[in-house]
Design a protein around this ligand. Sequence first.
Ligand SMILES: [Zn+2]
Length: 483
Amino acid sequence: MTISLDLVNNDEEFRNLQRDPIIVNDFKTDTQEEKDLILGKIMTKYNSDVMDSVPRCDCGNIHGADRKDEYCKDCLSYCSHRLEDKIESILWARVPEEVTGFVNPMVWTMLTKFFKKGGFDVIQWLTNTNYASNSREPSEAKLILAMGIKRGYNNFINNFDQILELMLQIPTYKKKQNKDELVGFIQMFRDKIFSRYLPFPNRALLVIENTDFDRFAEPVIFSAINAINTITSIDCSLIKPKLWVRENRTAKTVAAIAEFTEQYFRDHVAKKTGLFRKHFYGSRSHHSFRAVITSITRPHKYDEIHVPWIVAMGAFRTFLQNKLERRGYTLNQINEKLNRHASLYDEELNDIFLELINESPEKGIPVTFCRNPTLGMGSIQRVRITRVKTDVNDPTISMSILIVRAFNADFDGDAMGAQIMMDNFMAEMSRALCPHRNILDPNTPRQINDHPSMAKTVVSNTGNWFKEVVTSQPTAAMEEFAL
Ligand SMILES: [Zn+2]
């Protein structure tokens, strides 16, 4: 499974909005109240730890489940469930009159980064004739002008392809490593780069918290506010700004939104505490499970694992549903049975588990078994589930002490995860991860590493066992093992 981000077509998003948006261009903000009203659309204020579950409009004049979807003229919002709202932008900018279009903020960021010289933002300088920088104008700027490229936002958009081609001929940029990548990206998403509408962030993304001591806001809010202030009321001022003013303000808006997007992604999406990790990598995928490990104390093969009842009920749910259906259960009966026995033993379900195990090619359901971090060879191995524990009070996965070395696992509370191999093809392919494939030392040819070595507890156990054999009659378990 891979995640990749597509470039959003903003105009298409705009056409598919579920609720009427607010266009900031047409919104007069002469008073502080009006300004606050607009800013309130991009952030959520929390005054306490309790979240309101009753539908309401932004100002609260309309509230109650019976008035859901009613429109409030005071605060320009619909009466809705705050927690169930679809995450779409409420605030949008329309491209000001006679200005050609917005640039997609993602593309803007890429261009800006690529053409930046020191602290000097060449793209901003090119598109915004008011651009002022603390850094000295680089020689590239003069070269651009010498090539006949004029500054100005509309000019940049109208002649985008030609200007880009010319600029990429400047030696500094021509020899840049990621030049081909940039060109390829632009070509791939050419139809999504320009748009007539540009969204401001949805308010669920930005949170302000009022506490007894202080107000907390995320710093990323300022670039969003900056973007809104630049373009608000641009089309409804009494004195219409000149075209070059509108062009410059458009450039500034795009730059501010781009800065916001980048900052937001860097701080809230991509980071270790970011959304991807929180919601995707951090959640359990289908047909997988994870639990604390313990050792198998009865005779066993080294690639066996025994899984807890509760875990098997979750991970094998689809299998159980199929088996029960074949046994004549209706869908409702199936769900009822599975839910009731999620942590309660059942004879018939245990029968099915045994059936599943017996049907598997090696009399055990193959899974890949993993202990994080997966740095060394052998931290993921293919093992077989040969038993579902009937004691529902045992929540641990039992595994063999003989293969803990490669996992670097011990039984002091380590948790390990497993992924079920869903069919014979996967079962076959995963053989490459079998424990016996991990015993050659990758650093030294024809040398065996320490993975097959026995753990100290096993050695002392075996010692005790031999001593016992000498002094007493063999037990039933010893006989079984000897066979
Ligand atoms: Zn209201």
